[in-house]
Each structure stands twice: as C-alpha cells, then as structure tokens.
Ligand binder design. Structure first.
Ligand SMILES: C[S@@+](CC[C@H](N)C(=O)[O-])C[C@H]1O[C@@H](n2cnc3c(N)ncnc32)[C@H](O)[C@@H]1O
Length: 259
C-alpha cells in the first residue's frame, strides 16, 4: 500500500539534513538572481517548509513570508536566522490580499498541492503588476530529465510521481491561461550523484523519510525496494561487476510575470 499524502510533521525535525553547509545550491542562486532583478521587497514562498530558501533571500529583503500546511515544518522554520512571517495554510487558498508580493515561488512543493491550477491562480491574484511567479522542481514527465535509480528499484514510485507532478508543458499552459505573460522555463540545477556498488546503501536520499517519494511507501514496499537493490548488488558481485546507481535530475524553474 502507498500512502496518498505525506505527513511532514513526522519528518520535520530531520528535514534539514538535506541541506548540508558544504553544498552550493544553484537553484538558490537562481532565486537570488530573480529576486535581485525584480528588486523584490515582498516575497512569499508557498510550501516554505523549514524556511531554508526564505532565509537565503534574506540577502535581498527583510519582508519574507512563508506559508506551509505543516505546523511541524513551520516550527523548524522559526529557527532560521532570518526573521520570517510564517503562516499555516494551503497553497490553493492563500489567506492574503491581492497585489501584495513582488515574488511568489515554490521549491519542490507543487506536486503536493492538490490543485495546481488553483495555486497558479492564487499566485496571480497576490502578485503586484510586474511581479513574478517561479515554480522550481523537476519534471518526471519529460523523457531523459530524471534518471533516478529510486524509480527503477521501488515499485509505484515513478507512476505516483507522474500522477503528482504537473508536466512542464501543462504548467506553462496554466500560467498563460491565468494571465502570466510569456511563461518560460529554464534549467536551474543539474543534480548529479553517482553511487558505485555498495556505496549506494549510504546514499542519504535512500532513507525511508528522506524524500516524499520513499516516505509515501509503507514499510513493506520500502523494504522490498531495498531488497531489490541488495539483490542486484549481490548478483553483480557474482559476475565480478559493480553497478552504477545514478541520480541525475534536471531541476527547472517555470517563470511567469504578471503584466
Ligand atoms: C518537499 S517540502 C519543500 C519545502 C521547501 N520548499 C524546501 O524546498 O525545502 C514540501 C513542503 O510543502 C508543504 N505542503 C504540502 N502540501 C501543501 C499545501 N497544500 N499547501 C501548502 N504547503 C504544502 C509541506 O508541508 C512541505 O513543507
């Protein structure tokens, strides 16, 4: 059985493990560049999680707003050095006034929003003229843009992602239909992690709670996927070979401006 929704309260306290100090995040740079270009004063992240990206944007403005569904994630975000205005809510019904923000964005979150179009519509309402919506994440629909070994070894994960994520084309169409001018996409990060042989078992993203993809699996399905990896390693050893486990993912930014 696969769970239909992930309870972020349960993983909030470990979530920041994915942001080691040593890592330089290109998508963060893309957000910073955009905020600077817009001379953004009022910024809202929807699905703001532990506030990692909002804290980064503290370099550009002090008027930082975050909305998230999970109280546990909001509690973590309160620990960020930047002072953040945090609220609990849902992306499809934003409890904020029209024309308030210069920049609205979400990172790795749109696949959790039940109605993608409603979110895009709400973002359009809340943006000031000239403001921008940036939706950052990967697109499992596009052939070749995600080569992720997790999809190969864990049953249902890829199909679930195809259901949860809007395709890049449909996002651009939605943005256009809501009134955004010239919606566009750019690749803002190329994740490339390659684990050879047994080293894959130490991949932090292989932990059950590290990503929503695996956290949505119940224990039995998660263990079956792990067993498949271990079996493949054992078979390769017999053949005197080493398997390569790839995580190569293009992270995209879908961008639209409010005329
Ligand atoms: C993968 S996390 C990303 C957090 C943050 N954007 C980041 O990149 O670190 C997804 C976040 O979306 C939030 N979320 C899920 N469904 C939501 C909804 N309908 N409205 C608002 N936030 C939601 C979750 O609680 C979680 O904090």
């Amino acid at each position: 059985m696969t769970k239909s929704r992930l309870n972020y309260d349960q993983i909030a306290s470990q979530y920041n493990q994915r942001y080691p100090d040593s890592q330089n995040w290109e998508r963060g740079q893309a957000l910073l560049d955009l905020a600077k270009k817009l001379k953004a004063r009022d910024v809202l992240e929807v699905g703001s999680g532990t506030g990692f990206w909002l804290n980064l944007l503290g370099q550009v403005t002090g008027r930082l707003y975050g909305l998230d569904y999970s109280m546990g994630m909001i509690r973590q975000a309160k620990g960020q050095p930047a002072s953040l205005n945090l609220m609990r809510g849902t992306a499809t019904h934003l409890p904020l006034q029209n024309q308030t923000f210069d920049l609205i964005y979400c990172v790795d979150a749109i696949h959790h929003f039940i109605d993608h179009r409603a979110f895009v519509s709400e973002a359009f309402r809340l943006l000031k003229p000239g403001g921008a919506l940036a939706i950052i994440g990967h697109d499992p629909h596009e052939e070749g843009s995600s080569q992720w070994y997790i999809y190969d070894y864990f049953d249902t994960v890829y199909d679930t992602d195809l259901r949860r994520y809007p395709s890049g084309n449909s996002l651009l169409t939605m943005m256009q239909a809501e009134g955004f001018s010239k919606p566009s996409l750019q690749i803002v990060e190329h994740i490339k992690n390659i684990h050879v042989g047994e080293a894959v078992l130490k991949d932090p993203f292989l932990k059950h709670n590290a990503t929503s993809q695996l956290a949505l699996l119940d224990e039995d399905n998660y263990q079956s996927g792990l067993m498949r990896i271990k079996q493949a390693l054992a078979d390769a050893k017999e053949r005197n070979e080493r398997i390569t486990f790839r995580s190569e993912i293009l992270v995209k930014m879908f961008l639209g401006y409010k005329p």
